[in-house]
Design a protein around this ligand. Structure first.
Ligand code: S3P
Length: 434
């Protein structure tokens, strides 16, 4: 649920999808740079910072904790950090709609000697928070939840290192432990059941911390100090996913994505696009602060759109992209089967239920499972009224499905797109050939 004014967007069918686009900065990386800049010494300059509301919630929290945020320069956001000493905040830290802000911030602030309250909007207040309370309390932190949810009260105190095995694949939980471990006494170690996105590891190193990896175990020594950096945030691959899927829908589509993040722990999405029938040419790749940034060109193979089974570790690795893949599944030849994706039920909305509701509205046949969906291919969809459930990824996923439907589609709650991608509908209109 967001506090943005409700808007409805009409999406008409397209003939093709073509053009070149530079996407706003990656949401995950923007959160981490904002938070570490807030803790570091000196002034960090961040170019191409995400325009989404979520990373701006992280910036606002940093300001409430004593960092200075300067947005007066058009080229970058300047964050002057607190040199390791967050102040008390006389207002609750408002995380808005952002699970990343709430979970990662909890680990970052728990070692500071103040009492903080973390709040969020109606959707965030429903999301599970026990997953961060557990490891942080093993480290000695005191977190009070309300029946496993926000508001969270953190009574900050000195923390001790732990050896932690993550029971559910979650980069947010991993990050909460790493951020707390950075400031704890001793060396914190962590093993993951599935290798999740490693932006925190890359960002910590960029800000000057040392992390080591022995086999599956990641370790961080406490008491390390961070220093400001100058960085450009790569374009957001999860935002690009909507346009990559749109490009799959038309035989003559041609899409160029400029300066896009291609971190290997995020790029399984590109393998899925290729398996479905996309042809991806990498035109250029560079590395900045451990993050790969590339320009790619995407077309559709002459053989058309096949199908795919998405299960196991792959489901966890492309969890944010599953709604849009599900939304285009009826247009594939062989359909898409998604399993092991129960986490989708506790995202900004119950994404399995909302995808099912909206696929049904567009006339699709499918089977819903507790941990996924079976969506047969070879189906035609019709325009419909879509309920975004105030969830950004649902609003954008069904705007893509609408491009190949017959008739117009009305996306209710389209304003939610601004949580991660405020420019989405503008770019969609420019790239859709009618
Ligand atoms: C994110 C991790 C994932 C993802 C979310 C962003 C991150 O969540 O769904 O959109 O930036 O670390 P989980 O950690 O809950 O899997």
């Amino acid at each position: 649920m967001s506090t943005l004014a409700a808007t409805t967007q009409i999406v008409r069918p397209a003939r093709s999808f073509q053009g070149s686009v530079t996407l706003p900065g990656d949401k995950s990386i923007s959160h981490r740079y904002a938070m570490l800049a807030g803790l570091a010494s000196g002034t960090t300059r961040l170019s191409n910072f995400s325009t989404g509301a979520d990373p701006h919630s992280s910036l606002a929290c940093m300001q409430a904790l004593g960092a200075t945020i300067d947005t007066s320069n058009k080229e970058y956001i300047a964050v002057t950090g607190t040199a390791g000493y967050f102040t008390a905040s006389d207002t609750p830290l408002d995380c808005g709609n952002s699970g990343s802000t709430m979970r990662m911030l909890a680990g970052l602030i728990a070692p500071h000697p103040h009492t903080y309250t973390l709040i969020g909007d109606a959707s965030l207040t429903l999301r599970p928070m026990e997953r961060i309370r557990k490891p942080l309390s093993q480290m000695g932190a005191q977190l009070d939840l309300v029946e496993g949810h926000a508001p969270i009260t953190i009574h900050g105190t000195a923390l001790r290192a732990i050896d932690f095995d993550t029971p559910i694949p979650s980069a947010q939980v991993k990050t909460a432990v790493l951020f707390a471990g950075l400031q704890a006494e001793g060396t914190t170690s962590l093993s993951e059941s599935v290798r999740t996105r490693d932006h925190s590891e890359q960002a910590l190193r960029a800000f000057g911390a040392t992390l080591t990896r022995t086999g599956e175990k990641l370790s961080i020594a406490g008491g390390q100090k961070l220093s400001a950096i100058d960085a450009t945030v790569p374009g957001d691959l999860s935002s690009a996913a909507f346009f990559l899927c749109a490009a799959l829908l038309f035989p003559d589509s041609n899409l160029i994505l400029d300066s896009i993040g291609m971190n290997p722990t995020r790029s399984s999405l590109l393998d899925v696009i290729v398996a479905l029938g996309g042809v991806i040419k990498v035109l250029n790749v560079e590395e900045h602060h451990g993050e790969l940034i590339g320009t790619i060109q995407v077309n559709r193979a002459p053989t058309g759109l096949k199908g795919i089974d998405i299960t196991g570790a792959l489901s966890a690795q492309i969890i944010d992209e599953l709604p849009v893949l599900a939304a285009i599944a009826p247009y594939t030849r062989d359909g898409i089967r998604i399993r092991d994706a129960k986490e989708l039920r506790v995202k900004e909305s119950d994404r399995i239920a909302l995808v099912a509701q909206n696929l049904k509205a567009m006339g699709a046949q499918f089977t819903e499972h507790e941990d996924g969906l079976d969506i047969p291919g070879g189906q035609e969809l019709h325009g419909a009224t879509i309920d975004s459930g105030s969830d950004h990824r649902i609003a954008m996923a069904f705007a893509i499905a609408a491009l190949r439907a017959t008739g117009e589609t009305e996306i209710m709650g389209a304003e939610a797109a601004a949580i991660s991608f405020p420019e989405f509908f503008e770019h969609l209109d420019a790239l859709s050939q009618r």
